[in-house]
Design a protein around this ligand. Sequence first.
Ligand code: SF4
Ligand code: FES
Length: 258
Amino acid sequence: MATVTVPKEEKTAVVTSPESTQKTVTLRIARINPPESTETKFEEFKVPVQKWTTVLESILYVKQNLDHSIAVRYSCRQASCGSCGMKINGKPRLACYTKISELESNVITIEPMNNFPIIRDLAVNFEQLFSTHKKMKPFIINEESEVNSDTKEFIQTPQDLEKFLQFSYCIKCGLCNSACPTMATDTSFIGPQGLAQAYRYTADNRDKGKKDRLKIVDQSHGIWRCHFAGSCSNVCPKGVDPAMAIQLLRGYLLGFGK
Ligand code: SF4
Ligand code: FES
């Protein structure tokens, strides 16, 4: 049994490891409880890890063994639901998709994502992201239905599909919005997630809603606020390139998009 004493204002954690030689790392977890207090305090916990242990698993270890009160959101544990975004050693990442070993550090600092209101600790409020996503009309707009059409289905070539396929992989995790410097200064900015989805449906050859969506994005807190920092694309865990989607969407507005 190893006893770990953390700084005075923080909790004392006693960690029992099945093997005394097992590797341990220190998790520094942000604790914040608005509106009672907007001050962030960090609490430290030593946790045992193996080479495949994810950040989410280590947080759940803390909740199960050391402090169950840490607020964290997760669901699928397989990079599919988009629930577990957080800032890990300074970078927005999915906790379930980030192995401790890949961080190459014995101290892992875990904070809530930037550019989102904090509910508590690591859990942030997604209301704005979801409502903006909805405003982009994230569905095929076409009066003809596949079911009623004479052809029974809309035909797409591989090239038609290629135009929007990567953008359809978005899981709405919000990491891109959290990394975006424009979102940090303009809380009304549509953001890379919403703009990438506006492009995804506009570029779909089954869709007839281009005019509507371009009107929605062509406004003062819209597409022109992006200054192409590209940080959104750097952090996306699903290989979506929102910065490129924004440029392609601008192409439609400037009259050279196809
Ligand atoms: S574009 Fe990528 S980072 Fe942004 S919400 Fe979608 S999956 Fe997450
Ligand atoms: S828990 Fe679903 S994406 Fe991480």
